[in-house]
Design a binder for this molecule. Structure first.
Ligand code: NAG
Ligand code: NAG
Ligand code: NAG
Ligand code: NAG
Ligand code: NAG
Ligand code: NAG
Ligand code: NAG
Ligand code: NAG
Ligand code: NAG
Ligand code: ZN
Length: 456
């Protein structure tokens, strides 16, 4: 009886801590996915964000999101909406070349569905559901007919459309469309552009830029409140990658190692994609000893942890610069900040914050992966996810309708339960052993105290 009682109490405590909140929100769930490009995770610790911190206080925060290699814009944005590594979704760089079709891809020449059709982004899956539509105030791929489908509402990409216009139009679509928009994206080019221009260590300029970003978050929340969307809309604010400081003192000159006529550069820095025109081994040998500040890989040798190998668009040789180093040809065209480096570097990581009926309130966790965002979004929208590389359980603690206990809690509960059980068993054995031997004493005690406190 006692053991049963104990278990019931423990279970009850677990339930209380695991499922506080209201899991049955009645309306069709709606989700707005926002990206501020190049928002490095530790900006949140090192600069003031009053509006964003208010958003987080009523929602959840993941301090570091481990993104995918290479840590560039197009590849990571496509991983967020597909849950796939780059080798599996096919957007393996911002600049690509396909040897079979001789096609080229770049940030300004990205509209051929050929490049995108290797995966199904969430806005397409959402759109195929009855009575639902998707909308996009920009996001890489949203102005391309992927699997013959664009979002019902979208904008052609143009960096000159102001944030306010993107915000106004996307919230208009979210609040008054039929069938209702249940998934929408909102993309903004900052703080990436300024991070490249000034470098993340330019505290003066970066604090000005980041203050503007925080103002935009304030505008977003304000707009949602005015339209009556704030309480029922789920909002995720995240980013594709971070930013690290570069310097003219950290340049790797390729032309000093190898004649430019021997190879084609498909992508240059900080991860160079090299297509040799002559014997691959010869080019590899020359590049291998070019600089101590970059690692040279034959495609077959690329480490497994990058998940960056099994795709025809990955070139025969890639060069990975060390953090803060820049690969150049003969001239020194330099950005003061850059990204694209090894995805295990903390400076390459973005953050994730979320608010809405699907999310817990005031919950913080240290990490998750970029590829985990997709299964979480599918869960919120009630969509069946396509096969992907994410892990739903990594995001369970963020969600109000999930049973969530973290490892330290589990260990604590198990250890205390075991301790209690041991104590009890010991006590019971002790009592049993002494009962026959000391009858008078036992009777005496019973007389003194009518109710045995142990059997309640
Ligand atoms: C749960 O949500 C419903 C619908 O939004 C609301 O009417 C109800 O009061 C909520 N219950 C709790 C316990 O918050
Ligand atoms: C779609 O909307 C129509 C009209 O409002 C409704 O009759 C139908 O049941 C809805 N379908 C689903 C799957 O919700
Ligand atoms: C996007 O651009 C294409 C080609 O320029 C044009 O046909 C299309 O109408 C535009 N779509 C939107 C939503 O502006
Ligand atoms: C936003 O909406 C306004 C009003 O409908 C429209 O005139 C404008 O073209 C839209 N902006 C974009 C970038 O689509
Ligand atoms: C911002 O950057 C500009 C140009 O790079 C520089 O001249 C200026 O001093 C910087 N401002 C601050 C506040 O650091
Ligand atoms: C490769 O570079 C060498 C000089 O290093 C040059 O002599 C040779 O012609 C080049 N080969 C090709 C195919 O361009
Ligand atoms: C490529 O060059 C290496 C060494 O320079 C040589 O051993 C190898 O046979 C060459 N392979 C081909 C296919 O020419
Ligand atoms: C630098 O490289 C470019 C090709 O990227 C070439 O056209 C140019 O002649 C080179 N300049 C020098 C000084 O080697
Ligand atoms: C990622 O997911 C895709 C689709 O399920 C699968 O084909 C691929 O093998 C996965 N990659 C890894 C490294 O597990
Ligand atoms: Zn970016």
């Amino acid at each position: 009886v006692f053991v049963m009682k104990l278990l019931v109490i423990l279970l009850f405590l677990g339930l209380l801590s695991g499922c506080r909140g209201n899991s049955s929100y009645s309306l069709t769930p709606q989700l707005l996915l926002v990206s501020f490009d190049g928002f490095r995770a530790d900006y949140l610790q090192n600069y003031d964000f009053p509006h964003l911190q208010n958003f987080i206080k009523e929602g959840v925060l993941v301090e570091h999101v481990t993104n995918v290699f290479i840590t560039k814009t197009f590849p990571n944005h496509y991983s967020i909406v597909t849950g796939l590594y780059e080798e599996s979704h096919g957007i393996v760089a911002n600049s690509m070349y396909d040897e079979v079709t001789k096609k080229h891809f770049s940030e300004t020449n990205d509209k051929d569905p050929f490049w995108w059709d290797g995966a199904v982004p969430i806005w397409v899956t959402n759109q195929l559901q009855e009575n639902r539509s998707s909308a996009a105030a920009m996001w890489p791929g949203t102005d391309v007919p992927i699997h013959n489908t664009t979002p019902s509402y979208f904008m052609n990409y143009s960096s000159s459309v102001p944030f306010e216009e993107r915000l106004n139009n996307v919230t208009e679509w979210l609040s008054s469309s039929n069938p209702p928009v249940t998934f929408a994206t909102l993309y903004w080019e900052e703080p990436d552009a300024s991070g490249h221009r000034y470098g993340p260590e330019d505290k003066g300029n970066m604090s000005r830029v980041l203050k503007e970003i925080d103002g935009l978050v304030g505008d977003l929340v304000q707009r949602l409140k005015v339209l009556g969307l704030w309480e029922n809309l789920n909002v995720i604010i995240t980013s594709d990658h971070g930013m690290t400081q570069c310097s003219e003192n950290r340049l790797i000159h390729l032309d000093s190692c190898l004649d430019h006529s021997n190879y084609t550069v498909i992508d240059l820095t900080p991860v160079a994609a090299i297509l040799p025109k002559i014997n691959v081994t010869e080019v590899y040998d020359k590049l291998k000893h070019c600089s101590p500040h970059m690692t040279v890989y034959l495609k077959e040798e690329i480490p497994d942890r990058f998940h960056y190998q099994h795709n025809d668009r990955i070139q025969p040789i890639i060069l990975v610069a060390d953090e803060g180093w820049t690969i150049v040809l003969n001239k020194s065209s330099l950005k003061l900040g850059d990204h694209g480096y090894d995805n295990s570097l903390p400076t390459m990581h973005p953050f994730l914050a979320a608010h809405g009926p699907a999310f817990r309130r005031g919950y913080k966790q240290s990490t998750m992966n970029t590829v985990d965002i997709y299964p979480m979004m599918c869960h919120i929208l009630g969509l069946k996810p396509h096969p992907n590389n994410g892990t739903f359980s990594h995001t369970k603690c963020l969600l109000v309708d999930q049973w969530c206990i973290n490892l330290p809690e589990v260990i604590g509960i198990v250890v205390s339960a075991l301790l209690l059980l041991t104590l009890l068993t010991g006590l019971m054995i002790f009592m049993q052993n002494r009962t026959p031997a000391s009858r008078p004493f036992s009777r005496l005690q019973l007389q003194e105290d009518d109710d045995d406190p142990l059997i309640g």
